[in-house]
Design a protein around this ligand. Sequence first.
Ligand SMILES: Cc1cc2nc3c(=O)[nH]c(=O)nc-3n(C[C@H](O)[C@H](O)[C@H](O)COP(=O)(O)OP(=O)(O)OC[C@H]3O[C@@H](n4cnc5c(N)ncnc54)[C@H](O)[C@@H]3O)c2cc1C
Length: 242
Amino acid sequence: MNAPAPKGRQILKMRLTEIRDYTPQIRELFIKAEEPGSFSFKAGQFVMLHVPADPKPLLRAYSIASDDRRKDGFRLIFKYVEGGPGSQYVWSLKGGELLDFTGPFGRVLFREPPTEQIICLNTGSGVSQHFSFIESNLEKYPDLKYRLLFGVRTEADIYYVEELERLKRAAKDFKYEFVLSRASESWKGKRGYVQNFIHEYDYLKVPSTFYLCGNGAMIKDVKAKLAGENFDPKLVWAEAFD
Ligand SMILES: Cc1cc2nc3c(=O)[nH]c(=O)nc-3n(C[C@H](O)[C@H](O)[C@H](O)COP(=O)(O)OP(=O)(O)OC[C@H]3O[C@@H](n4cnc5c(N)ncnc54)[C@H](O)[C@@H]3O)c2cc1C
């Protein structure tokens, strides 16, 4: 008899139940656990999608965008990378397919006990990890100040507003804003990069934890800024996607 695969290494067969295209570059997949019929993870973790390839599949990491109290499946947000095999595979899917995953993996988890303020800075598809943190913890920690800055290029790249509004309605104190690096002239919101606006959160006075997710250059920049102000690096958690 074969020994069971170590936890996390077992191939999970999961059904793609729904596809949502938010922009030409952003796609969300709704995944349902099938074999086995349930899947446990902690907010902040990722799964490895096995992208069919010869002679063996290519493994690509994707952060789970769901509430970790769910056991029946999860949502994943994908940003299209030109010429990337993972992206080509995800954009070839039609719905209904059985996909192979391993996981969950990852140690960027929501830190407990939490600080009074939770500051999430993300770019591209990095909102997935932060959405999972906030949705999973809102009920347990209703009195925290949840803040999220979401960096995209233009107005046309904005997505997930409905989902973020849903969190806002459920939360006592959740605020989010988009920051556009290439906004049109009529854009009235924030312009530039997410890292240019962190001073608004008064994190040197209000006990805060930073969660950074997405673009590696953004993460490097925020960490350097915070280090320059002697902000405790143990309160800065990052997941780079590139
Ligand atoms: C822990 C972790 C979690 C991740 N979670 C997500 C997620 O939730 N959603 C998601 O879309 N991606 C996520 N990624 C990135 C993902 O694993 C793949 O790297 C990405 O989908 C590209 O794969 P590909 O096969 O299409 O292209 P590849 O051939 O693997 O990549 C082509 C090139 O693009 C670069 N690249 C990779 N990702 C990006 C990006 N987002 N923007 C710009 N350039 C990039 C690579 O460094 C490489 O040079 C995550 C990565 C890690 C390490």
